[in-house]
Ligand binder design. Structure first.
Ligand code: ATP
Ligand code: MG
Length: 190
């Protein structure tokens, strides 16, 4: 099964992400837009994994979660893109607030997965929520600037991250669907 470890957001925040997504929709031609249910933050991508490994993964992630306290973040205030300017591969929004706690969590997860024998991503972790893929901006020269979009992001409410999840990424009826396999409460002391 195809697995990753990620964080979901409160529905109020997802609503705001959808409305931001709709604004992007109006600026582009083509593009693929992750469904509302799929808007999330990836901490670590495991890829194709035998089901028999789930117990071990669950065990080590429980330890990671027990060591870290919940923390406060919000969706960031700038849109960015990955890939060359037009079309762009990914349009994303980052995080602000206690991003250092987020990085500690991500590093803990990556270390735990390394100990289980999963490869570690070489690239530095860059927390991002993917809002669109393979999008051609109609006014690319005016909007796409050195990896950033010159386009305002409305303020997002602050949220407390209290858990993360092991998630199965599946295709059913031609649609990508994410199914939580296990959730882990951040149980450390604040
Ligand atoms: P699709 O690939 O069908 O467009 P998707 O990207 O949402 O859909 P997955 O490819 O299963 O679904 O990815 C699940 C999550 O893991 C997404 O957040 C994706 O960006 C991230 N991800 C996928 N591949 C990698 C990778 N090689 N390295 C880091 N993160 C990845
Ligand atoms: Mg993918």
């Amino acid at each position: 099964m195809r697995l990753f470890i990620g964080v979901d957001f409160p529905s109020m925040v997802v609503d705001e992400l959808c409305s931001l997504q709709n604004k992007i929709r109006s600026l582009v031609r083509g593009g693929r837009f992750p469904a509302r249910d799929n808007l999330h933050l990836t901490l670590h991508f495991l890829g194709e994994t035998p089901e028999s490994r789930i117990d071990d993964i669950r065990q080590v992630l429980t330890v990671v979660a027990s060591r870290q306290a919940s923390f406060q973040v919000s969706v960031g205030d700038r849109l960015g893109y990955f890939g060359s300017p037009n079309p762009v591969r990914v349009v994303w929004v980052g995080m602000k607030g206690d991003v250092s706690a987020l990085s500690v969590l991500q590093a803990g997860v990556a270390q735990a997965m390394l100990e289980l024998g999963f490869p570690v991503e070489e690239r530095a972790y860059k927390p991002h929520i993917t809002l669109a893929r393979d999008a051609f901006f109609l006014q690319g020269d005016g909007i796409l600037k050195n990896g950033w979009l010159d386009f305002p992001v409305p303020p997002f409410p602050s949220m407390r991250i209290e858990q993360f999840a092991l998630i199965a990424s599946e295709i059913s009826e031609g649609r990508r669907r994410y199914r939580p396999v296990a959730t882990f409460e951040l149980a450390g002391f604040r």
